[in-house]
Design a binder for this molecule. Structure first.
Ligand code: 13P
Ligand code: SF4
Length: 340
């Protein structure tokens, strides 16, 4: 029988002694979050991505739901949707890679029209963004004349262009109340809308969209969790159904949940949200025990070190915005930033 040689796949980078040496200081920095066993797999990509970032004058924005390797090893800015939108405007770079989902890359492009914005996998979508079209919003305007339309940023540019103002989970109630209206359409997340309605006197009308990750959590899961862990602090994202939020100790955007843990240092915490986030922040909060749940966002998970590397190598996939929509959509996002 003849001997066979293992040939690396075309795009596979290897953990050579050179890579190990160059990346040793990076490993020192991230070793509380990344294990020695994982490092040889990540290091060659981290190394290449760091070189490419320099060559391209690029930065990587990573949403809080990205995996630990991206979040800790290659990102320049991490945050929730609001922070990423705000900080994207402050970066001094020619190229921005969005390690997140497509609507986040579109929002970044809207706010940075002169920069090249890349998304490593065009399939990184969002069930909320898929739930509504521009034509749906035009129809809502006809059905509810005079009612202001607040659109969650988890939507397409076309939908934003038909809206009066955007919001994120970090500022939804504030944005709704800033309009001074008795009645507001808050679309397309029915659960975010119901959770906001519980916090305000403004009448909220909504749409039947939902986040496919958060809609799966149930109140009975939280009740069971509390039985098993009587001291647990339960933090829920407002995309969860209202009965889940009611069973929780606190609800807020991904950044607000992270801040709650780092500021209040609960002994035991359950994050009722996408589970990569707990993994990302566990190493920064060693005094807190994280009760793990598992609900991954399949769209966020499409982004990985290999496709970030390919994205910077080939300058793919460039996000472009229909010029006929850009100004109106930007206005809706800018109004939100001004009101935040
Ligand atoms: P945040 O704005 O809270 O980060 O949420 C974005 C998101 O997609 C949550 O599912
Ligand atoms: Fe969209 Fe939900 Fe994924 Fe966030 S977690 S990107 S809302 S599908």
């Amino acid at each position: 029988m003849s001997a066979s040689t293992v040939v690396p796949e075309k795009d596979e980078l290897l953990y050579t002694p050179d890579v190990a040496n160059r990346m040793a200081p990076v490993f020192d920095r991230v070793s509380s979050a990344i294990s020695e066993v994982e490092w040889p797999e990540f290091a060659p990509y981290v190394d290449r991505i760091m070189q490419l970032k320099q060559e391209r004058n690029a930065v990587i924005l990573a949403h809080n739901y990205q995996t630990r390797d991206i979040y800790h090893c290659v990102s320049d800015i991490v945050g929730d949707s609001l922070a990423l939108a705000q900080k994207a405007m402050e970066v001094d770079a020619d190229v921005i890679v969005m390690a997140g989902v497509h609507f986040m890359a579109e929002t970044t492009k809207l706010l940075n029209p002169s920069k090249t914005v890349l998304i490593p996998d065009l399939r990184a979508g969002c069930s909320l963004a898929e739930s509504i079209t521009g034509a749906d919003v035009r129809q809502l305007r006809k059905t509810y004349p005079g009612v202001p339309i607040v659109t969650y940023v988890n939507t397409s540019v076309e939908v934003k262009a038909e809206s009066d103002i955007c919001c994120t989970s970090a500022n939804a109630t504030r944005i709704v109340e800033s309009l001074g209206a008795d009645k507001v359409l808050l679309i397309p997340d029915q659960y975010l809308a119901k959770n906001v309605a519980a916090e305000t006197d403004v009448e909220i009308l909504t749409w039947a969209g939902a986040c496919e990750v958060h809609e799966r959590f149930t109140a009975s899961q939280i009740i069971q969790l509390r039985k098993a862990h009587p001291d647990v602090t339960v933090l829920a994202h407002p995309e969860c159904p209202p009965e889940v939020v009611e069973q929780s100790d606190f609800s807020g955007s991904t950044a607000a949940l992270i801040n709650y843990v780092s500021d209040r240092k609960p002994e035991e915490v359950a994050l009722i949200t996408e589970c990569s986030m707990g993994e990302n922040i566990a190493s920064h909060n060693p005094e807190t025990k994280f009760i793990r749940s598992c609900s991954l966002c399949p769209h966020m998970q499409r982004i990985n070190l290999m496709n970030i590397c390919q994205s910077l190598e080939g300058m793919t996939h460039e996000v472009t915005i229909d010029p006929a929509l850009a100004d109106r959509a930007r206005l809706a996002v800018q109004r939100m930033l001004d009101a935040s």
